[in-house]
Design a protein around this ligand. Structure first.
Ligand code: XIL
Length: 339
C-alpha cells in the first residue's frame, strides 16, 4: 500500500490532528502528506471553546471553517473536537461564578457550535476528559455548577442541534481499569436516559515500552459490549520520561542544558522499540477491526507534535510515524507491513 489510509481502508479510518499552520498552501509538503495518508482529521485546537467562542456573545468560526474546507476538498472527514471540556475554556469563563451563567454558556455554546457545523462534521467529541483516574466525575466548573447530569445533557443538546452527527465521549487513561469502569458507568447513564451516544474515544497518549496492551484489549471488548464504536483518538508514543527525573539525559534537559536528547536523530534501538510498539498496537487494532472504527494520530509529523512542548516547553520529542522532514520512520513501515 502507498499510504496508511489505503492499507487500512477495509479495517478502520486513519486520522490525524490538524492545526491551521499545516493546511496553509505555503506548506505543500505537509499538505501532500496529509492528503496522501489520512481520511479523517480532528482539529487540534481551532474548535476548542477558547478559540471558537472568545467573548460571551462572540463566536469566530474562521479558522475552523478553513480547516473543514481543506478536509472536504481532500476527502478527509472531520471529527469535531470538542464541545464541553474543562480545559482551553474562554477567558471570560474564569470570571463566571453563578450556576445560571454557566448553564447559559453550556447551552448556548453547544447549540451555536453544533448548529454551525451541522452537516459539516462527521462526528463530535461531545464531552472530553470528564473523569478522574478513579472513575469519579472530575470536579470541573460544569460538574460544580450543573451537577452530574451535565454529560448526558451535553449529548442531548448536541443531538438536538445536529441530529445526523455521530456523538462520542473522549478521554485519556480510560483503558485503565478504574477509569474504564467509571467511563462505562457514564456511558450507561447516557444510554439509560434514552440519549444517543455512538462511540467512545481512548486518546492513546502512551509511553515507549510501557503500553498497556492488555488493558487496551480488555477496554475495546468492554466498550464494544455497550453497543458503541471504539476509537483510538489521539495516538502518540512518547519516548521521553514524563517527569525529567532519574536518567542523566533528563537531568540535562531539566537544567535546560540540552532540549534534544538525540541531536543526531533517534538511535537505532529506540527506533526499533518504537516500531515494535506501534506494530503490536496495530496488530491489536486489526484483531478487533469489527469494533475499532478509527485510529487517529495526534499530529502529522514529529515536528508538530504537542509533546515537543508539553508538559515542559522546548523539548524535542519523536512520538509519531513521520519524522521532522515528513519522511516515514521504521515504525511506519512496520505498521503498513501488517497489510
Ligand atoms: C492539546 C494540543 O495538542 C495542544 O496544541 C494544546 O496546546 C493543548 O491541547 N487531550 C486532548 C487534546 O483532548 O485536545 C489535547 O490537545 C491533548 C490532550
Amino acid at each position: 500500500a502507498q499510504s496508511l489510509k489505503e492499507a487500512f481502508k477495509k479495517d478502520f479510518a486513519i486520522g490525524t490532528a490538524l492545526n491551521s499552520a499545516q493546511i496553509e498552501e505555503r506548506n505543500p509538503r505537509v499538505n501532500n502528506l496529509i492528503v496522501q495518508q489520512f481520511n479523517m482529521a480532528t482539529p487540534e485546537n481551532v474548535m476548542k471553546s477558547a478559540l471558537l467562542h472568545p467573548k460571551w456573545d462572540t463566536y469566530d468560526f474562521t479558522m475552523a471553517d478553513k480547516l473543514i474546507a481543506f478536509g472536504h476538498k481532500n476527502n478527509i472527514k472531520i471529527n469535531g473536537h470538542t464541545l464541553i471540556w474543562h480545559s482551553q475554556l474562554p477567558g471570560f469563563m474564569r470570571r463566571i461564578q453563578s450556576s445560571d451563567s454557566v448553564k447559559t454558556f453550556f447551552t448556548d455554546h453547544i447549540k451555536t457550535v453544533a448548529s454551525h457545523f451541522k452537516g459539516k462534521v462527521f462526528s463530535w467529541d461531545v464531552v472530553n476528559e470528564a473523569l478522574n483516574e478513579d472513575g469519579t466525575l472530575r470536579n470541573s466548573v460544569f460538574f460544580q455548577k450543573l451537577g452530574e447530569n451535565y454529560v448526558t445533557e451535553a449529548f442531548r443538546l448536541t443531538q438536538e442541534a445536529s441530529p445526523n452527527t455521530e456523538l462520542y465521549y473522549n478521554d485519556y487513561n480510560n483503558e485503565q481499569p478504574a477509569k474504564r469502569a467509571g467511563c462505562i458507568r457514564l456511558i450507561k447513564k447516557i444510554q439509560e436516559a434514552g440519549v444517543r451516544i455512538d462511540g467512545v474515544g481512548i486518546q492513546g497518549h502512551w509511553h515507549l515500552g510501557k503500553i498497556p496492551f492488555k488493558d487496551i484489549e480488555e477496554s475495546i471488548l468492554q466498550y464494544a459490549a455497550l453497543g458503541i464504536k471504539v476509537m483510538i483518538t489521539e495516538l502518540d508514543i512518547e519516548i521521553l520520561p514524563r517527569n525529567f527525573q532519574g536518567a542523566e539525559v533528563s537531568q540535562r534537559m531539566a537544567n535546560n542544558a540540552e532540549s534534544n536528547p538525540y541531536p543526531n536523530g533517534l538511535p537505532d534501538e529506540i527506533q526499533k522499540q518504537l516500531a515494535d510498539d506501534y506494530e503490536t498496537l496495530f496488530k491489536l487494532f486489526l484483531k478487533h477491526k469489527d469494533k475499532v472504527t478509527r485510529v487517529t494520530f495526534w499530529g502529522v509529523n514529529d515536528g508538530d507534535s504537542w509533546l515537543n512542548n508539553w508538559p515542559i516547553r522546548g523539548r524535542t520529542n519523536y512520538p509519531l510515524l513521520f519524522d521532522r522532514n515528513n519522511q516515514p520512520k521504521p515504525a511506519y513501515f512496520k505498521v503498513i507491513g501488517l497489510k
